[in-house]
Design a protein around this ligand. Structure first.
Ligand code: FMN
Length: 367
C-alpha cells in the first residue's frame, strides 16, 4: 500500500504540518537541572530533519511545586529551561518541522524525595496517608487554581518562545487523569462525583489556557482510557458516554484530540472497527491523533519493566488503510522514532529493511 497518506500536509488554522507523522511524547530524562541541553536540541532536530511533521516533546513540567515525578525531566518554567526550549524550537523550525511541548503535572504519582524540592509530597484529588505521613496531599480549591494558573503560564510561555501550540497531558493516570478517573478521585465537592464534575478541573484548565493564548494557538489534549495504575481501567464504556465526556473539553477550546492507546488497531467499542481516535473524530468533529505500536510488533508497556524483548518492525498496511479512510488525521509514533531518528524518511523512501527494531537499550542513549 502506498505510504503517501502519511506524507500529505495537514492544515488547521495557522498550523501547517508538512507531514502526518507526529513524534509521540516520550520522557527521556536527559535534562539535568530541568534544562534541555545541546543533546536534547539535536535529538529533536534530527527527527524534524527526517520528515516528522509535528514533534510533541517529552512531558515537561509546569511551574508548580509538585509537578515533577522523575529525575532529569525538563521543566517548562524558569529562565534557563525556557531558553533551552527556545533553542529546540529554533532548531526544529530550521528543518521545516513544527513542535509543541507536552505540559505535565504528575499529581499523586510524585514521591517524597523527588527533585526539585525533596520534601514535597504528591498532590492529587484525594489525600493519601502511609504510616501516618501524608504521601499525597489532597488538593484544596486554591491548589487547583494554582495548578491551573501554572498550566496557563506555561502555555503563554510556549507561545512566547515560538512553539506551534501546546499539548496538555490528560492521560495515563497523571494529575488531570486522576481527576477524571473515579478510581483516584474521591472528592465530594464540585470536582468529584459525576464524570461531568470530575472533568471540571480539565475544563477550567483548558479554558484558562485558551484565555492566556487567545484564539488560533492550537491546544492538543491527550487522554487515555488506560491508567498506569490499571491498564484495563476505562473512563467510559460506550460511544454515548465518550461523546458526553469529550463535548465539554472540545467546547472549552481543544483543537486536536490525541487519543492514547497501546495498539492502534483495537476497536474501542463492540460493533465497530473504529479505534479511540476514530470515535473521537466522529463524535467531536475535531481532528485526532492515533497512537500505539505503529510500525512495531509489540506494545510499549512491556518494555518499561525489565525485559530483553525486542519489538520488530511491522507492516503499516492496517494503519494506512485507516488513515486513507480518514478514521483519524495524524499518526503518532513513539518507540520506532525513539530508536531511529530516520524512521519517517525510511518509510517514505520504502527502505523498510533499514528500519531499526526497538529494545530497552534504546532508552539509555539519546540518538
Ligand atoms: C520511554 C517512553 C517514555 C514515554 N513518556 C511519555 C510522556 O512523557 N508522556 C506521554 O503522554 N506518554 C509517554 N509515553 C507513551 C508514548 O507517548 C506512546 O503513547 C507509547 O509509547 C505508545 O506508542 P509506541 O507504541 O509507538 O511506542 C512514553 C513512552 C515511552 C516508550
Amino acid at each position: 500500500m502506498p505510504v503517501q497518506a502519511l506524507f500529505k500536509p495537514f492544515h488547521l488554522g495557522a498550523l501547517e504540518l508538512p507531514t502526518r507523522v507526529v513524534m509521540a511524547p516520550m520522557t527521556r530524562s536527559f535534562s539535568p537541572g530541568g534544562v534541555p541541553n545541546s543533546k536534547v536540541i539535536e535529538y529533536y532536530r534530527r527527527r524534524a530533519a527526517a520528515g516528522v511533521g509535528l514533534i510533541i516533546t517529552e512531558g515537561t513540567t509546569v511551574g508548580h511545586i509538585a509537578s515533577n515525578g522523575y529525575p532529569n525531566v525538563p521543566q517548562f518554567f524558569g529562565d534557563a529551561p525556557l531558553a533551552g526550549w527556545k533553542k529546540v524550537v529554533d532548531a526544529v523550525h530550521a528543518e521545516g518541522g513544527k513542535i509543541v511541548p507536552q505540559l505535565w503535572h504528575v499529581g499523586s504519582v510524585r514521591r517524597i524525595g523527588t527533585e526539585p524540592d525533596a520534601s514535597v509530597p504528591g498532590y492529587g484529588p484525594s489525600e493519601k496517608l502511609k504510616d501516618g505521613q501524608v504521601v499525597v496531599h489532597g488538593m484544596s480549591r486554591q491548589d487547583i487554581q494554582d495548578v491551573i494558573a501554572a498550566f496557563a503560564q506555561a502555555a503563554k510561555d510556549a507561545q512566547n518562545i515560538g512553539m506551534d501550540g501546546v499539548e496538555i497531558h490528560g492521560a495515563h493516570g497523571y494529575l488531570i487523569d486522576q481527576f477524571f478517573w473515579e478510581g483516584s478521585n474521591q472528592r465530594t465537592d464540585e470536582y468529584g462525583g459525576s464524570l461531568a464534575n470530575r472533568s471540571r478541573f480539565a475544563i477550567e484548565l483548558i479554558q484558562a489556557i485558551r484565555a492566556a493564548v487567545g484564539e488560533g494557538f492550537p491546544i492538543i489534549f491527550r487522554f487515555s482510557q488506560w491508567k498506569q495504575q490499571d491498564y484495563t481501567a476505562r473512563l467510559v464504556q460506550t460511544p454515548e458516554a465518550l461523546g458526553e465526556f469529550l463535548k465539554p473539553l472540545s467546547d472549552a477550546g481543544v483543537d486536536i484530540f490525541h487519543c492514547s492507546t497501546r495498539r492502534f488497531w483495537e476497536p474501542e467499542f463492540d460493533g465497530s472497527e473504529l479505534n479511540l481516535a476514530g470515535w473521537t473524530r466522529k463524535l467531536t468533529g475535531k481532528p485526532t491523533i492515533t497512537v500505539g505500536s505503529v510500525g512495531l510488533d509489540g506494545e510499549f508497556l512491556q518494555f518499561m519493566v525489565n525485559t530483553d524483548k525486542v519489538a520488530q518492525p511491522a507492516s503499516l498496511e492496517n494503519l494506512l488503510e485507516r488513515l486513507n479512510k480518514e478514521e483519524f488525521d495524524l499518526v503518532a509514533v513513539g518507540r520506532a522514532l525513539l530508536v531511529d531518528p530516520d524512521w519517517a524518511l525510511k518509510v517514505r523512501e520504502g527502505r523498510e529493511q533499514d528500519i531499526l527494531p526497538f529494545s530497552r537499550e534504546a532508552l539509555m542513549t539519546l540518538v
